[in-house]
Design a protein around this ligand. Structure first.
Ligand SMILES: Nc1nc2c(ncn2[C@@H]2O[C@H](COP(=O)(O)OP(=O)(O)OP(=O)(O)O)[C@@H](O)[C@H]2O)c(=O)[nH]1
Ligand SMILES: [Mg+2]
Ligand SMILES: [Zn+2]
Length: 306
C-alpha cells in the first residue's frame, strides 16, 4: 500500500524572489534575503527596518581622513547617548547597530583604541537608531555609518569608486567633519586638503539633487583636543589661528556651520608593540565635547526639515 504524503512545492518559494527589495541607500534592487546590497554593499537590514517605520529615517555623516578619530568619536557618542547620560537619548534599532559601540568601548576598556576601519563597505559598522531629545517633538529615526577614511578619500579622488558613499552623501541631511587638532598644530596640510576636496565633491553632488550641500548643516569637530587645551577652550579661534584655509572654506561653502572640539582620552602613553610598532594607548577615558556637536547637528537638521 502506498501512503499519501503532502510534499510542499519548492518552486513556490521562487515567488518571493520575484518581488525585489530596494536598497535604502542606493535604491538598487535586491532579493528579499540579501544581507548586503549587491550594488553598494550597504546592509539590507536598513531597508527592511525603514520599510517598517512610518517616517523615513534621516541620515547624517561623519567624515574625515583616516586616523582622525571617527570610530572612537562615534563609538563613544553612541555609548554616552544609549546610557542616557544627556538629554538626548538613543535607542539602537537592530542588533547590528550596537557593534560600533561594542568595538570602541571594548577597546577603550582594554586600554587601547579600536582598529582602523576596513575599506570594504560591507565591513563597516552602520548605526540605525531612534533619537529622543527635549528639543525633538517626535523621536527621530537616524542612520549613521562609520566609514573608512581611505574609502572616503578614494571616492573624492575617483567619484563612483565607492557607490555607497556617493548615494549616502546625496541623501544626507547634514554632517560632522572631523579634523585632527594635533596634525593641525604640527603644521600638516592633509586636513585642509581633505576639506578642499570634500567641499568640491559635495558641491558636485548637490547640483544633481534639489537639496544642495551649501544649505545643509556641517559641524566641524576638532578631535584629540584632550591633548590641546587651546583648541578645547576656543575651537573657532583655534581654526582661525592654525587652519585659516579650512576656516575660510567653511565660511564660504557652508553657511550653516559651527566649530567644536572633542577628546575621548584623558591621558595617553606610547606602547611598543611587536606587529604595529609604537602605538598610542589611552590610560584614562575622559570624554569631553562628544555630545554637543551631535546635538547641534540634530537641532539644525530638525529646523531645516520644517
Ligand atoms: N588622544 C586622543 N587620541 C585619539 C582620540 N581619538 C582617536 N585617537 C587616536 O587616533 C587613532 C585613530 O582613531 P580612529 O577612530 O580609529 O580613526 P578613524 O578616523 O576611524 O580612522 P579610519 O578608520 O582609518 O578612517 C586612534 O588609534 C588613537 O590613537 C582622542 O579622542 N584622543
Ligand atoms: Mg575608523
Ligand atoms: Zn545599495
Amino acid at each position: 500500500m502506498t501512503k499519501g504524503v503532502i510534499v510542499p512545492l519548492e518552486t513556490a518559494r521562487l515567488i518571493e524572489y520575484a518581488i525585489p527589495v530596494a536598497c535604502y541607500i542606493c535604491e538598487g534592487q535586491n532579493n528579499f534575503d540579501a544581507e548586503y546590497c549587491r550594488d553598494c554593499s550597504a546592509p539590507m537590514a536598513l531597508a527592511h527596518q525603514a520599510n517598517a517605520t512610518k517616517a523615513a529615517p534621516t541620515m547624517v555623516a561623519a567624515m574625515g581622513v583616516s586616523g582622525v578619530g571617527k570610530t572612537v568619536y562615534l563609538g563613544m557618542l553612541m555609548d554616552m547617548l544609549s546610557r542616557g547620560a544627556s538629554q538626548t537619548r538613543l535607542l539602537a534599532r537592530g542588533a547590528f547597530s550596537i557593534n560600533l559601540q561594542q568595538t570602541t568601548v571594548g577597546a577603550l576598556a582594554r586600554c587601547g583604541f579600536p582598529e582602523k576601519t576596513p575599506n570594504e563597505p560591507d565591513r563597516w559598522n552602520w548605526v540605525h537608531c531612534q533619537v529622543r531629545g527635549v528639543r525633538l517633538r517626535q523621536p527621530l529615526d537616524l542612520i549613521m555609518p562609520d566609514m573608512a577614511g581611505e574609502a572616503l578619500l578614494e571616492e573624492m579622488d575617483h567619484p563612483h569608486s565607492f557607490r555607497v558613499i556617493g548615494s549616502f552623501l546625496q541623501k544626507c541631511s547634514g554632517a560632522l567633519l572631523l579634523v585632527d587638532a594635533l596634525k593641525i598644530l604640527e603644521g600638516g596640510q592633509e586636513q585642509e586638503f581633505f576639506t578642499m576636496k570634500l567641499t568640491s565633491y559635495l558641491g558636485e553632488l548637490g547640483s544633481r539633487g534639489r537639496n544642495v550641500w551649501g544649505r545643509r548643516p556641517i559641524g566641524i569637530v576638532f578631535t584629540k583636543a584632550d591633548q590641546c587645551e587651546e583648541c578645547m577652550e576656543d575651537p573657532e579661534g583655534f581654526a582661525k589661528a592654525h587652519a585659516a584655509g579650512l576656516w575660510e572654506q567653511c565660511w564660504q561653502r557652508f553657511p550653516v556651520h559651527r566649530f567644536f572640539a572633542s577628546g575621548v582620552a584623558g591621558y595617553c602613553a606610547w606602547r611598543d608593540t611587536y606587529d604595529e610598532g609604537r602605538v598610542q594607548v589611552p590610560l584614562r577615558i575622559e570624554p569631553r565635547g562628544i555630545i554637543e556637536p551631535f546635538a547641534w547637528l540634530l537641532d539644525m537638521v530638525r529646523k531645516s526639515c520644517r
